[in-house]
Design a protein. Structure first.
Length: 116
């Protein structure tokens, strides 16, 4: 498991069709039980939105499927991690990012937001 949030879990998975290609699978519980959080229709909305987004700076949607009480969304795996984690790591090291790096990320974020 890569992470866990209030609405589900994120897993690193490999293709069942063979090979060693890695993907990320977000898993959302769809039913209410005594010890879980009900997510309503939000996971389905996320899957639908991700399936329509095509941009080099947005994680690519691969597929989504329901299995038992879970909706699973499969996306490309970004081995380099996410920006939030990079910022946290840099803060722990008490190091600053270069201005060029920050501008590069800013441009990437802005072009991705245009797609949304």
């Amino acid at each position: 498991m890569l992470g866990k949030g209030s609405q589900g879990e994120v897993w690193l998975v490999v293709s069942v069709q063979g090979g060693s290609k890695q993907f990320v699978m977000k898993r959302f519980l769809l039913n209410i039980s005594h010890d879980t959080y009900a997510t309503g229709g939000e996971p389905q909305k996320e899957a639908k939105l991700l399936s329509k987004l095509q941009h080099p700076n947005i994680v690519q949607y691969i597929d989504s499927f329901q299995c038992e009480r879970y909706l699973n969304i499969v996306m490309t795996y970004c081995a380099g991690g996410d920006l939030y984690t990079k910022i946290k790591q840099q803060k722990l090291k008490k190091q600053l990012f270069s201005e060029d790096q920050i501008v590069d990320w800013f441009v990437q974020i802005c072009t991705a937001i245009q797609v949304i």
